[in-house]
Design a protein around this ligand. Structure first.
Ligand SMILES: NC(=O)c1ccc[n+]([C@@H]2O[C@H](COP(=O)([O-])OP(=O)(O)OC[C@H]3O[C@@H](n4cnc5c(N)ncnc54)[C@H](OP(=O)(O)O)[C@@H]3O)[C@@H](O)[C@H]2O)c1
Length: 279
């Protein structure tokens, strides 16, 4: 039986993937911190729940020891643990938010891969890292912490791929657009909080609100990612990266040069009519 260590297993994307992998006969070590969701996943065939905080070296080493009680090899490590933020880069809690995004999205992934590598080497396994469409598309305002963390993850991923090719461990990158999970659901509350707290951007944020709603409402069904994740895990010759579900707004912005995107935001600041209805 093939085995996978799957972080972020308790999340919206992770849960549907773990269910699918369990159904396909994989042994899944499903990692997260949410006890209730871990217990639910533990009801699935061949799924072993593992409580693990990716920010703690000790916790990740304990997770490895938990895996070693079942097997000394892993065919795949999947890194889905992640957070995002709708937040400013220079006001309020900007720096702790940036730090937390880097700690979980970048350092958490790096920590898990380093600790699990010996188990992967025994099985000639592979690593799957979850980036995002923000990892490659033009950067947006108020998404800086998440964007910085995923772009850093892209650099980490690509260097790691070129290091681990010398020991025959493929490293694969996933770049998803917006899917309807807790992460995307929380953006609305984060937007409200930012609007309440900002001293500089209130008018601009109110103008951005209709665009924000359009992006939230166009987020897709998490089950869409399953076939791509299965391909990344099972294909005998996996691609370096799999890109899926990039939203229409980001895709349109990709048609413009960087200066054009700046001009568009300036124009939005001056002209946009949309106002958030206050209740
Ligand atoms: N949803 C999207 O639109 C989208 C788009 C592109 C990329 N992605 C990426 O896909 C991955 C999964 O996102 P999602 O949409 O499934 O988000 P989600 O529903 O919010 O789930 C986030 C997952 O990350 C885990 N996590 C967060 N902090 C952790 C920590 N310190 N230690 C261990 N686990 C931690 C959570 O586990 P616990 O709750 O158990 O702590 C949960 O399983 C993320 O890397 C995200 O950046 C998502």
């Amino acid at each position: 039986m093939k085995s996978v260590f799957f972080t972020g297993a308790t999340g919206g994307l992770g849960q549907v993937c773990v269910q699918a992998l369990s159904g396909r006969g994989w042994q899944v070590f499903a990692a997260g911190t949410n006890e209730a969701r871990l217990a639910q996943l533990g009801q699935l065939p061949h799924v072993v729940p593992v409580r693990m905080d990716v920010c703690s070296q000790q916790s990740v080493e304990d997770a490895r020891d938990a895996v070693l009680q079942h097997t000394d090899r892993l065919d795949v490590v999947v890194n889905f643990a992640g957070i995002s933020a709708f937040a400013r880069l220079v006001e309020g809690q900007a720096l702790p938010i940036l730090q937390r995004n880097l700690d979980i999205n970048l350092m958490g992934t790096a920590r898990v891969n380093a600790v699990m590598l010996p188990l992967l080497e025994r099985a000639s396994g592979r690593i799957v890292n979850c980036s995002s469409s923000v990892g490659w598309t033009t950067a947006q305002p108020f998404a800086g912490a998440y964007t910085a963390s995923k772009r850093a993850l892209e650099g980490y991923n690509d260097s790691l791929r070129r290091e681990l090719m010398f020991v025959s461990i493929p490293v694969i990158k996933l770049q998803f657009g917006a899917y309807n999970t807790d992460m995307v659901g929380q953006l609305e509350a984060q937007f409200d909080q930012t609007l309440r707290q900002t001293t500089r951007y209130q008018a601009m944020l109110q103008r951005l609100w209709p665009l924000m709603l359009a992006v939230l409402h166009s987020s897709r069904d998490p089950r869409e990612v399953v076939p791509v994740v299965v391909k990344a895990l099972e294909s005998p010759r996996p691609r370096r990266q799999y890109r899926l579900g990039t939203g229409w707004a980001l895709s349109l912005l990709e048609l413009l040069p960087e200066g054009g995107v700046d001009r568009l935001y300036r124009l939005l600041g001056r002209l946009a009519q949309g106002r958030r209805k206050t209740t």
